[in-house]
Structure formats: structure tokens, C-alpha cells
Design a protein around this ligand. Structure first.
Ligand code: ARG
Length: 467
């Protein structure tokens, strides 16, 4: 035990084992949050300085006491920064740890800091500040990931690859287009991050325990000092609300899900069977027994971290779902979920950004695969509609017969002799060969948002202007 105060008591038969010093040790163990909420020390100190400054401005405490408090808090900040601060579990949480140290440093003036404040609005403030900063970091990290994809998309605007549905070859697409699909996904994640920052940009401090306070505080002043748009509007909601944490976790879960899908593609594409990409040594590992192997460990771990992030979201939703207003101690369980998810997400985005920048694209393998599996069958059907005037359903049927013939002969569509094509439908001319190549196929898909290199370049330019 950190401070050892209850170790002198004798062991309790009933509780036994690790709780050598009886029930109050158990209480301390279940109650204390200092083990994880010490992460909030900088936010706690910033909040206290803003609060003390406002109290003095409003004449609630003297300027002299305020100066002592601010000076003491600055000292504590550098103590914690340098690792010199001794955290005590007996003091429960970061708020009490800092307040107790402040009393030791400046004496009775420290007792005036908690005027018109409760730990309920204090923790709501600290945690909100932390989550807001984390969202800002996430926004930056996503911008970096999007930039990596934009560069790869530009480089490979013309590189053809098979597009898949059901992981079966569907139609040829460009690798640039595929990259831009991820730009859209991470772009939406970033938009959600920006919305969340806007939603949560209200200062909780001054809601006090739950009812507000009779002291003539100025919540607009503290809100401004702490970089919030305005103060929250209902003191009961303020100390009950953890939507900002749930929003962070929801956003994190969706982003992690996107990262996980990308990870799954990287795992599949880096197999010798696909061989679409070669991972850099920096983001893969060898096998301890099979010398030929290069494993996509980083991608697999990104995929796995999604499980943790999703778990955190469900955990906090479950903590909150039955809680009557206002604050309940259950809410102390909010922080570890958010801290863990934030760490996983940060790491996953960083790893993916590195992987996307480093990965070698095997355009030859992609192109070869793009042409297999009769991927241009739809182009043939479209040609029959356009050039021979067939209704699409009939064209689909004719094309089906052409595919069956190629399958039977074991060749590609473009290798079928014209006479055999004409035997299936007499309207077919040798012009049809012009649409059966994968390059012709992708070049023709010029609809807005389509896979044609010209269209992909337009979308890259659109995103570049917004990234
Ligand atoms: N450690 C607490 C938490 O994280 C701080 C708030 C305590 N408030 C109280 N009324 N016990 O939620």
C-alpha cells in the first residue's frame, strides 16, 4: 500500500488473502482511482487555476490567497511533470492528491480553492478537457492518414486491380480508387471528431455538486479561460453527463472498425496467393521456425485492437445505462475505458499511416488478377446494350453464354475468336475487343465517383483542397 496507514491493522479472517489489513483496505482498493486518474493532473491544475482566478475576480477569495494557490499549483505541476510527486492511494483520486499537497505547500489558503466547487464538476471538467485534447490529436492523426492515402492514390490512379464483392472478382477498378474509398471513410471519421469537439465545447465547472452554487461565481469567465465556447446550461445534467466520453468511444469504435477492414485487406493482399502488396520490414515480422515467412503482425494487431475499442464503448454504455441523475460513483469507471481506447486508436492510426506510406504495390500482380475471373463481363454486356441495342437483361444472358464458352475453352474473354462470339449473337463485331481489356474497362467508368483514372484524379483534387 502506498501510504501504509492501514497496514498496522490485523488481518481479517473473513476477507483473508491479499486484503491483509481488513475491510478498510478493500474499500480503499475499490474506491481509489488515483492509479489511473493521475493522467488528468494537468487538466485538474488548469481547471483549479481558472477557478481560483475567477473566485478572486468575483471577490469570493482574496487576491493574496489566489496568488498563493496559483503559485502552489504551478509548483505541483512541475513536481508531477518531473516525477517527484508522491501519489497516495489513501487520498483516493487526483483531485484530493493535489489539494492535500497544496495544503502542505501553502497552508490554510489551500482550503479556499474548493469554494463553490465539488469534485463532481471538477472531474467532469478534467475529463472533458482531456477528451477534447484527445479528439484534437485524433483529428490530426486522421489528417496524416488521409494524406498518406491521397499520395498513394495519386501514384496509382492508373493501376488496375480486381474490384471485389463477396471477395470474388467483380469488375476491374484502380488501386487509386480503392485508396480513395479509405479517404472517404477516414474523412467521415474526422468529420465525426469535429462534430464531437463542437458538441462537448461547454464548460462544466461551476455546476458544483449538482445544484449550482449561491456564491456569485462567473461561469462564463472560467469557460473562456479554459478554452470552452460557453458554460453548460443545466447543473444536474453537467455532473451526470458522460456523452462526450461515449461520443469519443463511438467515434473511436467506428474508426477502429475502418482500420480493421483495412488491416484485413492488408493481411489478405500480402499473402503469396494474392501478392498484391509487399509489406516493408518495418511493419512485419519473420517466423521463428519458417524462414520463408513474413507476417503482417502490425496489421493483425490493428485488427485486434478494434476488439478492445469496441469493448470499451460497450463497457461505458453499460456503466451509464441504469444510473439515476445526478452523479454516482459508477461514473468513476469511465476513465479507464476512454484511456485504453484512446491509446489503442492512436497506435492503430500511427501504424496504419506508416504501413500505407511504406507498402510496395505490386502493380503487375494486381493487373494480372484484374483480368482474371472474367472481370470485364459487365463491359461486354454494356457494349451489347450500347452498340447492338439489346435490352440489358438480354445482354446479360448473351454475356453469360460467352463467359460459359470461355470457361469451357479455358481462355479469357478477349481470346475468344470473333466467329465464336458471333455464333452466340450475330450483332457482335470486332469492336467489342476494345472494351474487353481491363484498362478500357476502368477508363470507361467515368460516372461521378466512378473508378476511371480521370474521375479518381478529380476526387483526389477535391480532398487535397480539404485536407
Ligand atoms: N474520483 C471520482 C470520479 O472519478 C471523482 C468524483 C468524486 N465525487 C464524489 N462525489 N465522490 O468520478
Amino acid at each position: 500500500m502506498a501510504d501504509g496507514s492501514s497496514e498496522t491493522k490485523s488481518s481479517n479472517q473473513m476477507w483473508g488473502g491479499r486484503f491483509a489489513s481488513g475491510p478498510d483496505a478493500i474499500m480503499e482498493e475499490i474506491n481509489a482511482s488515483i492509479g489511473f486518474d493521475k493522467k488528468l493532473y494537468a487538466q485538474d491544475i488548469r481547471g483549479s487555476i481558472a477557478h481560483a482566478t475567477m473566485l478572486a475576480h468575483q471577490g469570493i477569495i482574496s487576491a493574496e490567497d489566489k496568488d498563493k494557490i496559483v503559485h502552489g499549483l504551478d509548483t505541483i505541476l512541475s513536481e508531477i511533470d518531473s516525477g517527484a510527486f508522491e501519489f497516495s492511494r489513501r487520498l483516493e483520486d487526483i483531485h484530493m492528491n493535489i489539494e492535500a499537497r497544496l495544503a502542505a505547500l501553502i497552508g490554510p489558503a489551500a482550503g479556499r480553492l474548493h469554494t463553490a466547487r465539488s469534485r463532481n464538476d471538477q472531474v467532469a471538467l478534467d475529463f472533458r478537457l482531456w477528451v477534447k485534447e484527445e479528439l484534437q490529436k485524433t483529428e490530426k492523426a486522421l489528417t496524416g492518414l488521409i494524406a498518406a492515402f491521397l499520395d498513394r492514390a495519386e501514384e496509382h490512379a492508373e493501376t488496375v486491380m480486381p474490384g471485389f464483392t463477396h471477395l470474388q472478382t467483380a469488375q476491374p477498378v484502380t488501386f487509386g480508387h480503392h485508396c480513395m474509398a479509405y479517404v472517404e471513410m477516414f474523412g467521415r471519421d474526422r468529420a465525426r471528431v469535429r462534430h464531437a469537439i463542437e458538441h462537448m465545447d461547454e464548460s462544466p465547472i461551476g455546476a458544483a455538486a449538482l445544484a449550482g452554487t449561491g456564491f456569485p461565481i462567473d461561469r462564463h469567465m472560467t469557460a473562456k479561460a479554459l478554452g470552452f465556447r460557453e458554460p453548460t446550461r443545466n447543473s444536474i445534467d453537467t455532473v451526470s453527463d458522460r456523452d462526450f466520453a461515449l461520443e469519443f468511444l463511438s467515434i473511436a469504435a467506428i474508426a477502429a472498425t475502418h482500420l480493421s477492414r483495412l488491416a484485413a485487406e492488408i493481411v489478405i493482399w500480402s499473402t503469396p496467393q494474392f501478392g498484391f502488396i509487399r509489406l516493408s520490414d518495418a511493419f512485419s515480422t519473420g517466423s521463428s521456425i519458417m524462414p520463408q515467412k513474413k507476417n503482417p503482425d502490425a496489421a493483425e494487431l490493428v485488427r485486434a485492437k478494434t476488439g478492445r475499442v469496441n469493448g470499451s464503448l460497450v463497457a461505458l454504455l453499460t456503466v451509464m445505462k441504469g444510473l439515476p441523475l445526478a452523479y454516482s460513483k459508477d461514473m468513476q469507471e469511465d476513465k479507464e475505458q476512454v484511456f485504453d481506447a484512446a491509446e489503442s486508436l492512436e497506435l492503430a492510426i500511427a501504424a496504419m499511416t506508416g504501413m500505407i506510406r511504406d507498402v510496395t504495390i505490386r502493380a503487375d500482380r494486381m493487373k494480372a488478377a484484374a483480368g482474371s475471373g472474367y472481370s470485364t463481363a459487365t463491359d461486354l454486356a454494356d457494349w451489347l446494350v450500347r452498340e447492338a441495342g439489346l435490352p440489358f437483361r438480354d445482354a446479360h444472358h448473351v454475356t453469360g453464354r460467352v463467359v460459359a464458352l470461355a470457361e469451357q475453352k479455358g481462355c479469357d474473354l478477349a481470346d475468344l475468336p470473333l466467329a465464336e462470339l458471333q455464333a452466340i449473337n450475330s450483332a457482335i463485331t470486332d469492336k467489342v475487343y476494345g472494351v474487353l481489356t481491363v484498362e478500357a474497362s476502368v477508363a470507361s467508368r467515368t460516372s461521378f465517383g466512378g473508378t476511371a483514372p480521370s474521375e479518381v484524379r478529380k476526387q483526389i483534387a477535391w480532398w487535397r483542397a480539404r485536407n
